[in-house]
Write a protein that binds this ligand. Structure first.
Ligand code: GDP
Ligand code: MG
Length: 296
């Protein structure tokens, strides 16, 4: 059988469903999702090998118009570097809305001259399905697309059809990764992402995006995986929110995170969370590098 293998970037403004569709493709929870924008900060590869095909998905942080803070500049660099050196781009949008940010992503994608499929996500939320077809015809005029595919990443409608389209665009090539490898990221990294997701989910409205998570300990003892996570916040008040009434919030974040980790690592997990104030980290390039935001 001829092997095919290629890189597919998933791009789009924040919150259109990039991480959700990646998780659907991989049929596993790999990339974190939440209803708050800016959840995905790092570049995560999701590798799917089936028969002779290996698709390497590149999930990206959404592109940001506001690049004033160092953390946003970092995210823009990560997103634009993702569409270099790929074989195909999946450009996600949210139903029939077309925003300035979508336009900005489109222009960036067009500059890359790569084959691009426009993925119209969240169609399950459309009350009136008859608006879809004329809308797809309008979208076709915005640029040259290899395909325009309406789907629901959340409900997994039409995702397999998209995958079949993608395979047509993979170059003939030996596989880049062993067939049982599903990501380029370490278990430590994934553990930190899970903690960050739970914080964003439970406190998104109260806490801004001023947290970072570092895994201090990650090791197996007997049948139990012992994990310690250090959570950095910018201000004392944020630390208080994270701890909550008599430590209730901290415990509930810890419980949610542990449940996900046990599923992902297939092991009993003992998780400890520590919270530390580190002023101004999100606007300090050097502090960002020390927290691992330097891989682009
Ligand atoms: P990203 O910022 O582009 O990575 O977006 P996420 O994957 O984190 O998704 C943002 C939000 O949209 C989450 O609450 C998802 O559950 C939701 N979402 C993603 N895809 C769909 C979909 O097909 N239908 C619906 N109803 N919600 C979706
Ligand atoms: Mg995401």
């Amino acid at each position: 059988m001829i092997e095919r293998s290629g890189y597919v970037a998933i791009v789009g403004r924040p919150n259109v469903g990039k991480s959700t569709i990646l998780n659907r493709f991989l049929a596993q929870k790999l990339s974190i999702t939440s209803s708050k924008p800016q959840t995905t900060r790092h570049q995560v590869l999701g590798i799917k090998t089936e028969n002779a095909h290996q698709i390497i998905f590149v999930d990206t942080p959404g592109l940001h118009k506001n690049a004033e803070k160092a953390i946003n500049r970092y995210m823009n660099r990560a997103a634009s570097s993702a569409i270099k050196d790929v074989d195909l781009v999946l450009f996600l949008i949210d139903r029939t809305a077309w925003t300035d940010e979508d336009q900005m992503v489109l222009e960036q994608v067009q500059r890359s001259h790569l084959p691009t499929m426009l993925v119209v996500n969240k169609v399950d939320l459309l009350d009136d399905k008859t608006v879809l077809l004329p809308h797809l015809q309008e979208l076709a005029k915005k640029g040259e697309f290899a395909a325009i595919v309406p789907l629901s990443a959340l409900l997994q409608h039409n995702v397999e059809e998209l995958e079949r389209e993608i395979i047509q665009y993979l170059p003939e090539s030996d596989h880049f990764f062993p067939e049982d490898q599903i990501t380029n990221r370490s278990q430590r990294f994934l553990a930190a992402e899970i903690v960050r997701e739970k914080i964003t989910r439970q406190l998104g409205d109260e806490l801004p995006y001023s947290i970072a998570v570092e895994i201090e300990e990650f090791g197996q003892q007997d049948d139990v995986l012992h994990i310690s996570a250090l959570i950095f916040v910018e201000r004392k008040g944020q630390k208080k929110i994270l701890i909550g009434e008599k430590g209730a919030r901290q415990r509930s974040i810890g419980t949610d995170a542990r449940v996900d980790m046990e599923r992902l690592f297939d092991s009993k997990v003992m998780l400890r969370l520590w919270i530390k104030v580190k002023t101004g980290w999100s606007d300090d390039e050097r502090a960002l590098r020390s927290l691992g935001y330097d891989d682009v």
